[in-house]
Design a protein around this ligand. Structure first.
Ligand SMILES: Nc1ncnc2c1ncn2[C@@H]1O[C@H](COP(=O)(O)OP(=O)(O)O)[C@@H](O)[C@H]1O
Ligand SMILES: [Mg+2]
Length: 353
């Protein structure tokens, strides 16, 4: 009969590749059960979006076979408990991710939507907040124009906004509270208080990830959000064009300023290249090549991945059915890979503190 100690000793040889410690030290091995001819245990990952899930499971099987027994049936339950990067969470929200860009029109909202959907698809409880007061676009991208969120009273007698639910996400947009035909000239204090309501006066419930589609640029709103809430990190979206890259550098610089200190989770290069349908093997770098990759290298921040310029992405946004939900679209995988990388970076940050 094998013992629990033998199992722990074996799994103590399996390293979590991102966190650089073994699974036992990280307290990731739980509920070990030893039955006749059979061994069961849970591996509790730090995110359901972990891209290394398969790799870790395989390493556990190898370790058992090598250090314990080759003849035992091994039943591993891969589960997760998302950890928070910030000691002071915002109510029940474990991680707040800002999706930001220097310039407008680079695909920030498209990345934010598909990133949130990709995280939700892995089983993480996810919310998406459209904080772009200058051009809220999530109501159209999710086909929920005209939605009017309800409000509830807390036991303390406070009114809270209830996000709407769509495609498995909790969704809230500043656009739900404004008339799309009547642009509001937002003044500083008004904009700041609107943003604070979206964050703080909303009944988000328990969330593993809240993805925030930020306004473009580097302004008051960014500073307010960064200083008022425990932000886990920012994802910077850029196209390979010079103008976009120059503004993206400013964005990175702002988040890294003293007193702001929002970790940069990485750079997404959007519209990286174009592949015409009739020439599927050609890549046209119409906006220049590898600009986002070089930007991340020169600023010493992770490169999260690239998304090609694809007509179906634009169509999906216009039709209110984000591309990630379309099972036939190969490009969805690019967003899923980025979501995995983001979740990984967050786990690394959370484990550092
Ligand atoms: N990779 C892409 N390929 C094709 N069209 C895209 C891509 N990313 C974004 N778009 C389209 O470009 C426009 C601007 O994108 P959006 O996400 O609204 O940018 P932002 O939020 O930065 O202003 C939208 O019409 C969107 O559908
Ligand atoms: Mg936008």
């Amino acid at each position: 009969m094998i013992t629990k100690e033998q199992v722990l000793h074996a799994l103590g040889h399996v390293e979590e590749p991102d966190l650089k410690k073994d699974l036992v030290t990280l307290n990731m091995i739980q509920n070990i059960e030893i039955l006749p001819g059979k061994l069961k245990f849970d591996v509790v990952l730090t995110t359901p979006a972990c891209p290394l899930k398969g790799h870790i499971e395989h390493a556990c099987r190898n370790a058992i076979s090598l250090f314990v027994s080759k003849d035992i049936e091994v039943d591993i339950n891969m589960t997760s408990r998302v950890i928070s990067t910030e000691a002071a969470q915002l109510d029940g929200i474990k991680n707040i991710i800002l999706v930001s860009s220097g310039k407008g029109g680079v695909g920030k909202s498209t990345v934010a939507s598909n990133l949130a959907l990709a995280l939700a698809e892995t089983g993480a409880k996810t919310g998406l907040l459209d904080a772009d007061i200058y051009g809220p676009s999530l109501p159209i991208m999710f086909g929920v124009e005209g939605a009017r969120p309800a409000s509830v009273q807390t036991p303390q007698g406070k009114n809270k906004i209830v996000p709407i639910e769509k495609f498995g996400l909790k969704l809230l947009s500043i656009g739900f509270f404004t008339d799309p035909n009547q642009p509001i000239p937002w003044r500083g204090p008004m904009a700041t208080s609107a943003i604070k309501q979206l964050f703080g006066d909303t009944d988000w419930g328990e969330l593993d990830y809240l993805v925030v589609d930020m306004p473009p640029g580097t302004g008051d709103i960014h500073i307010t959000v960064a200083q008022s809430y425990p932000i886990s990190g920012a994802v910077i979206v850029t196209t390979p064009q010079h103008v976009a890259l120059a503004d993206a550098i400013k964005g990175i610089g702002m988040y890294q300023m003293e007193g702001i200190n929002v970790p940069i989770l990485g750079v997404v290069e959007n519209m990286a290249y174009f592949t015409p349908a009739e020439l599927p093997d050609s890549k046209y770098y119409i906006f220049g090549k590898d600009g986002g990759k070089r930007l991340s290298e020169s600023n010493n921040v992770p490169f999260l991945g690239e998304i090609p310029l694809v007509k179906s992405i634009a169509d999906a946004g216009d039709n209110g059915f984000p591309i990630l939900l379309d099972a036939d679209e190969a490009v969805s995988q690019a967003y899923k890979d980025i979501a995995g990388r983001v979740a990984q970076e967050l786990s690394i940050l959370a484990n550092r503190v």
